[in-house]
Design a protein. Structure first.
Lengths: 275, 329
């Protein structure tokens, strides 16, 4: 086992996971070294860092002997161009962060244009159910369903991807057995529920009648969601829900995380939900 | 451009073909599915309200639809243990023995199993697989699939940027929106439509934001499932057909497998009207005028309130709406 931290800024980034993890949840985890920091955005191309910030992140990780993992989201062609400039800028300055991709187009870009950058298959590539209104599926007598995701893991492994990542969904098993050489990584405790481009935070910050939902897809975004995380209550679930940027998350119960942990080689701790 | 219509039974095929359908799609579960997988869905829609009853009904449907091709939807984003194997075998049967032209697939495990089985050229990538850029199009083309169904929440310019040679593209043009990106929504309609109550429990939002969100959600939900003169209301991208045509989109998706024949018929008829105007050189304003004349509900077109592609109307000259030109994307 090894640990990673999902960070929003470099300030105070390198900490023990025990400092940010709920005490009851932390009891589940064995002593293990911190090996990686995760930076960037998994859910919104408007939140991707610029080259200077990404370079500072790489330098910070290098100084501390940690793997620098740059998270990337589903992107449009414009987002892909932005990523290409970011990757090119980093490689041109001698940095080789690991890239967690959540879009086959980003994978294609990496494979063809930036083969030196190591690749991890991000958690959005697992399209398993994460409905907070439902309970986790009961474990089968024969164990977790590690066949789920077998095809995608085989493909990823054959194409040079180093790791597969997920959060705690309703049916553990997507991370597999590790037999194909992919490092298995679990993100805790915030599981994503839904995400999209019709961002409520962006709409809230837009002038009345302008830039709302689909009507705002062509307008720019100044990322008013940075640093904002709102708790949300629903009548149909008791699970704590949070809205961060364009994404809704819930806090996975410790029992869920415990079942997923049995299939993980690395656990990445999130101090708060981040889009 | 082809019009892709939903279809649920043989008796719907004739009227929908007459209304203008050039291809059909339907959903069904393999024999033995329910006994093996219980309430799990074989595709994204409820089996009771949207699926073809059984294999015999499918054969009758295919015969009634001929020569119009029929595609089968197997686009659940995830499957229970053993389901991918069953669906890969059944997919082969659908394509080889039951006259089905193509399979619409979202789950990558199932897609890869069907590619391995030699069916790549008869696979359509579901919008749930969220292919949103040209590099992604190239990735799926490299697997050999024949069509990419573009997700709902792309602008017309972004759609144009996704289109590459060597693969077909399909875009949504009418009915059934989604609040979230459907492929990144990890909830299930089996437990009720999650997004309809989304945001209701939020506090400290700026005044009016949640009201505007509620209106947006209402439009996505087919304006509360309302109709005007028999035509379903809700998300509509008909005026964008000339731009979609120019961008290289080859198929126009009419959504609503679970809708009544009357609603399906009205949706296909309206789409055919718009497509024919585009074929004859008409522009977005011509389509808008004709659509409102037939359907009514002009207020939904005001300020692009229910537009799938509102960026079509972003350009205004002297206070008059001026749409994107079909040759300008």
């Amino acid at each position: 086992m090894e640990y990673g931290l999902r960070i929003a800024t470099l300030e105070g980034a390198c900490r023990s996971p025990a400092e940010i993890c709920d005490a009851a949840l932390w009891k589940l985890f064995p002593e293990a070294p911190l090996t990686a920091l995760y930076f960037g955005s998994e859910f919104c191309q408007e939140l991707l860092p610029g080259t200077r910030d990404a370079e500072a992140f790489c330098a910070y990780c290098k100084e501390r002997g940690l793997e620098a993992v740059l998270l990337t989201p589903l992107v449009t062609q414009r987002g892909l161009g932005r990523l290409s400039r970011l990757f090119g800028g980093l490689v041109g300055r001698g940095w080789c962060p690991t890239i967690a991709f959540n879009d086959w187009g980003v994978f294609e870009l990496l494979r063809n244009a930036y083969p030196a950058l190591p690749m991890r298959m991000g958690r959005l590539m697992n399209r398993g159910l994460r409905d907070p209104r439902l309970d986790m599926k009961t474990e089968r007598a024969e164990g977790e369903n590690t066949e789920r995701g077998a095809g995608i893991r085989k493909l990823a492994s054959s194409l040079g991807v180093r790791a597969v990542e997920s959060d705690a969904d309703l049916e553990p098993g997507y991370l597999g057995t590790g037999s194909n050489g992919l490092q298995r990584t679990l993100h805790v405790p915030y599981t994503f529920v839904s995400s999209g481009r019709n961002c409520l935070e962006k709409a809230a910050a837009a002038p009345a009648g302008k830039g709302l939902f689909t009507g705002g897809l062509t307008s720019g975004c100044k990322a008013p969601c940075r640093g904002v995380c709102r708790q949300e209550h629903r009548r149909d679930t008791q699970k704590p829900l949070w809205r961060a940027g364009n994404t809704l998350f819930f806090e996975a119960p410790p029992q869920w995380i415990s079942r997923h942990m049995a299939l993980a080689d690395r656990v990445v701790f999130h101090e708060r939900p981040l889009p | 451009m082809k019009i892709l219509s939903p279809l649920r039974s043989a008796d719907e095929a004739g009227p929908l073909r007459e209304a203008g359908a050039d291809e059909f799609y339907c959903g069904l579960a393999p024999p033995g599915w329910k006994e093996t997988f219980g309430s799990a869905w074989a595709n994204r829609r409820h089996p009771q309200s949207a699926a073809v009853l059984n294999e015999q009904a499918l054969q009758e449907l295919v015969a009634a639809a001929a020569p119009v091709p029929v595609h089968v939807v197997l686009n659940s984003p995830h499957y229970p243990p053993g389901a991918v194997e069953m669906l890969a075998v059944y997919g082969t049967r659908l394509l080889r023995n039951l006259g089905i032209s193509a399979l619409i697939v979202a789950d990558l495990d199932l897609l890869l199993a069907l590619v391995d089985a030699g069916h790549a050229s008869q696979l359509h990538l579901s919008s749930l697989a969220t292919s949103t850029n040209a590099a992604s199009s190239r990735f799926f083309r490299s697997l050999g699939i024949s069509r990419i169904i573009l997700p709902r929440h792309l602008t017309l310019a972004e759609i144009g940027q996704c289109v590459i040679h060597g693969v077909e593209f399909e875009a949504f043009v009418i009915n059934d929106g989604c609040v979230f990106e459907e492929g990144l929504c990890a909830t299930t309609h089996e437990a009720g439509t999650f997004c309809l109550a989304d945001g209701d429990g939020l506090k400290d939002m700026p005044p009016g934001t949640l009201d505007r969100y509620a209106f947006f959600k209402w439009t996505q939900n087919n304006c509360g499932c309302n109709a005007s003169r028999g035509f379903p209301l809700g998300p509509c991208g008909l005026c964008a057909i000339p731009v979609l045509q120019s961008a290289g989109v080859g198929s126009l998706k009419v959504v609503g497998r679970e809708a009544s024949l009357e609603r399906k018929y009205a949706s296909v008829k309206l789409t055919a009207l718009a497509r024919d105007i585009a074929r004859n050189g008409g522009d977005a304003n011509d389509i808008r005028e004709a659509t409102i004349a037939l359907r009514g509900a002009a207020s939904l077109c005001r300020d692009a309130r229910a537009c799938y592609y509102p960026d079509l109307w972003n350009h205004q000259v002297s206070g008059k709406k001026k749409p994107l030109r079909s040759s300008g994307t």
